[in-house]
Design a protein around this ligand. Structure first.
Ligand code: DLL
Length: 434
């Protein structure tokens, strides 16, 4: 089912017309109501009337995470706080959180984009959604919740954690949809296996996994481990939360709700827009939000855009599965490494479990990388020689893919901390070990 066929399957020319009109409107709104944007637009002497085509978006200023931090908490709101009905925030790893405000209209838009997301993954109003994203300031829990209710699903607001109870509820309520981070999905799959439950005996049909990177190799682990079809869903607090884009059943990129969130790909070094299919930094402009619309927000997420219609009938732009972030790229002895590349290698090795950590240290000015990875319990009880051979195999694979030597340490099952939300994969001790 397509939730909003009118907007999701629009003719490209008609879509562009709608986007252009909304772009002019949002520029007018922020110019009138957000002193920061009013100043920026005045500096370049640009107003909504100067935007003649969508390509003119390139003249608009970027917004960065620093701009948001500098205006903490409500400085970039286009509506007084009294007109908002909800606040969310993302903690991030450094500094002040990013704060997002929503009017009732924004909450309604959000619920619609989530309803689209769920329908993308095959949901209908008959389904029971077990929502294991965290409820609270994080956008995952409440974001999914309202969209699922709008669609008519029965929502089980579990939040993250309490794994045993999650599985009992899943069995007793005959949950058909699951939403959580992919790393927590793996934790749930592991618990299902440990309890001797056949995933086929669960009622799960589709899973909505996002909020953190996951590689294509994780998909079969989630699908087989939980007996469902795994869909990638993407979003960020600064733009709205989840509901920005999601995979349909063709799983050929994530459909962007681009009548609300206008996407661009830019060269992260020069800021120049890049053509269709080229890999660069994702940038979003909120076309319809009232309380906190950002212009050309630089996400630091790396992807590529495609515009040809999908076999499912949707015509909106698609983004490729995220390749990483410009700021989680590790530079190890001068070589650029994304944690997702390491994950792909590990999951290609059958003895390795999808639970790992990358530990970086610095010894005598040289970066060292150790990959700690769990092996399955039956492998771990094997002889030491066997373990050594697996370590060598992983080391060799990593070296041939990344061109980088590293240490590999196989660790006992269950020694790497299980996440209930976003997993922490990289432990960078290089500053401390200098
Ligand atoms: O993680 C919103 C969300 C909730 C998305 C639930 C999907 C599901 P933030 O906490 O602001 O918001 O984090 C946003 O998480 O810029 C990406 O780097 C990363 N991220 C989100 N979804 C994906 C995904 C939520 N599907 C940041 N794949 C984004 C890879 C993702 N990374």
């Amino acid at each position: 089912m397509i939730w909003d066929a009118y907007h999701e399957c629009m003719e490209p020319a008609q879509r562009r017309e709608l986007q252009l009109r909304r772009l002019r409107e949002v520029v007018a709104r922020v110019k009138a109501n957000v002193p920061y944007y009013a100043r920026k637009l005045q500096e370049i002497d640009l107003g909504p009337e100067d935007i003649k085509s969508l390509e003119d978006i390139k003249f608009l200023p970027f917004t960065t995470k620093d701009d948001l931090r500098d205006s903490y908490p409500f400085g970039l709101f286009a509506r007084p706080v009294s007109e908002t009905v909800r606040i969310h925030a993302s903690s991030g790893t450094t500094g002040k959180p990013i704060v997002a405000g929503y009017t009732q209209h924004d909450i309604d838009i959000w619920a619609h984009t989530i309803a689209r997301t769920l329908c993308n993954g095959g949901a209908t109003g008959q389904d029971i959604l077990q929502n294991a994203y965290g409820y609270g300031l994080f956008t995952g829990g409440l974001g999914l919740h309202y969209g699922a209710e709008l669609l008519g699903c029965t929502v089980v607001p579990m939040s993250g954690g309490n794994t045993k109870r999650q599985i009992t509820i899943m069995q007793d309520f005959k949950t058909t949809l699951l939403s959580c981070t992919p790393s927590y999905g793996l934790t749930l799959a592991e618990a299902v296996r440990e309890q001797g439950i056949d995933p086929g005996d669960l009622s799960l049909k589709s899973g909505y996994f996002g909020a953190e990177p996951w590689s294509e190799e994780v998909r079969p682990k989630l699908e087989q481990g939980l007996g469902l079809s795994a869909h990638d869903i993407y979003g960020l607090t600064e733009v709205i939360g989840p509901g920005v884009s999601a995979e349909c059943e063709a799983k050929n990129g994530l459909h962007i709700c681009d009548d609300h969130f206008y996407p661009e790909i830019i060269n992260p070094e020069t800021g120049e827009p890049l053509p269709e299919g080229e890999v660069g930094e994702l940038v979003f402009t909120c076309l319809t939000k009232e309380a906190f619309p950002v212009l050309r927000y630089r996400t630091r997420d790396i992807s590529a855009l495609h515009y040809e219609p999908c076999e499912c009938g949707r015509t909106c732009a698609r983004m490729e599965r995220l390749k990483g972030r410009t700021d989680d790229m590790l530079i190890i002895r001068g070589i650029n490494v994304f944690p997702s590349q390491i994950e792909s290698v590990l999951l290609g090795i059958k003895e390795a479990e999808p639970h790992y950590q990358i530990v970086l240290t610095r010894e005598r000015h040289l970066d060292e990388m150790e990959i700690q990875v769990e092996v399955s319990p039956d492998v771990f009880t094997d002889q030491i020689g066997g373990l050594q051979a697996i370590e060598d195999k992983i080391r060799h694979e990593i070296e041939s893919v990344l061109g980088l030597r590293c240490a590999v340490k196989l660790v006992e099952p269950k020694t790497i901390e299980r996440s209930v939300g976003k997993a922490k994969r990289v432990i960078d001790l290089r500053e401390e070990s200098k």
